[in-house]
Design a protein around this ligand. Structure first.
Ligand code: SF4
Length: 344
């Protein structure tokens, strides 16, 4: 019999289970706290539980399903990248980054990805399967245990398209924001998407209080369709309509990610197009120089071009920042470490 991943259960489901096998409900709360707050790695460490319950848990559940296959720390010590092995031997990655406001974890949501974005190492991999809520949660728990400090921020921007694994991602958000769990505020969670319009509407209706982070990367349909095949299914007009709906429904400003690629999407004309595309409601643009480990021969825009692009956007009233490139020395971009390991 396959053991159940206990971290897939929310507190209500765990309570029902514990009651059904003859233990009082408060035991479920104790187990939930051990696994999510005290971050133990085995049921035997749950010292305030009766021995019989620990035996029951060991026979029926599994607590930790990820094993750290590789851990790389950047030279400045601010970025740690993990390569994890899942219980079925598949590999995923996550990254923990230190900012002046504290630690943030970037988690994967799928093994491989169906979206096929041309600039992405994960997009070049075939899709294998969705991650379960417990497998996403464990990436945060292991990272937090390692740095021995609270991780207060989280981005779903690792391997995979989070909204393509909708139900598991939503359950994971409910687990991680639970006040008896890691209790990370929804306001500090960014869910990225390459532009799955139908799922953006669905997410807006749930009002999880999370930031929606849309990977834009091009200001017109012609270029975006070349970089991101998803644009052939949902073009920019449909995507912008969905983003406006998300803002109206949740009151949360939309964050647009824009990878800067030399001589491809970094001209002044393109910054004008971008400003026009997103005008009229609260947004934020993150400019990201493309990582040099991209599977294509794309090169990052020059510092001068990035500065000009940013200045032009600012003059047009756009809220814009350039993202600090963290961990380039440890292949911190999504999918690069896994690829290296698989090749090896
Ligand atoms: S950028 Fe994100 S959505 Fe696109 S292929 Fe990579 S992992 Fe998938």
């Amino acid at each position: 019999m396959d053991l159940v991943k206990i971290r897939n259960l929310n507190l209500k489901e765990l309570s029902e289970h514990i009651l059904a096998v003859g233990y009082p409900k408060f035991r479920a709360k104790q187990i939930f706290a051990w696994q999510n707050q005290k971050l133990v790695q085995s049921f035997n460490e749950m010292t305030n539980l009766p021995k019989s319950l620990i035996e029951y848990l060991n026979k029926n559940f599994i607590l930790q399903t990820l094993t750290v296959q590789k851990k790389l720390t950047s030279k400045d010590g601010n970025t740690i990248k993990f390569l994890y092995k899942l219980s079925d031997d598949n590999l995923i990655e996550s990254v923990i980054m230190k900012y002046n406001y504290g630690y943030s974890v970037c988690v994967s949501t799928q093994v491989g990805c169906k979206m096929g974005c041309k600039f992405c190492s994960s997009g070049a991999d075939r899709f294998v399967r969705n991650l379960e809520p417990a497998e996403i949660l464990e990436q945060v728990i292991i990272a937090q245990k390692l740095v021995q400090q609270r991780v207060g921020h989280m981005v779903l921007m690792g391997i995979g398209e989070p909204l393509d694994n909708f139900d598991n991602v939503v359950k994971f958000i409910s687990l991680i924001t639970n006040e008896d769990g890691l209790n990370i505020s929804g306001r500090n969670i960014s869910i990225s998407t390459s532009g799955l319009v139908d799922k953006i509407y669905k997410l807006a209706e749930l009002d999880l209080n999370c930031t929606l982070s849309v990977s834009l990367h091009a200001p017109n349909n012609e270029l975006r369709s070349k970089l991101m095949p998803v644009n052939n299914r949902w073009n920019l007009e449909k995507l912008m309509q969905a983003c406006r709906f998300y803002f109206r429904k949740t009151g949360r400003r939309i964050s647009f990610e824009y990878i800067m690629i030399n001589n491809l999407n970094d001209t002044t004309k393109q910054s004008n197009e971008l400003a026009k595309l997103i005008k009229g409601y609260p947004t934020h643009v993150n400019l990201i120089p493309i990582n040099s480990g991209s599977p294509t021969d794309f090169k990052p825009s020059t510092a001068k071009d990035i500065k000009t692009f940013k200045q032009n956007l600012e003059e047009l009233g756009v809220n814009v920042t350039v993202r600090r490139t963290l961990g380039a020395d440890i292949n911190a971009a999504c999918g690069q470490l896994k690829k290296k390991e698989v090749r090896r």
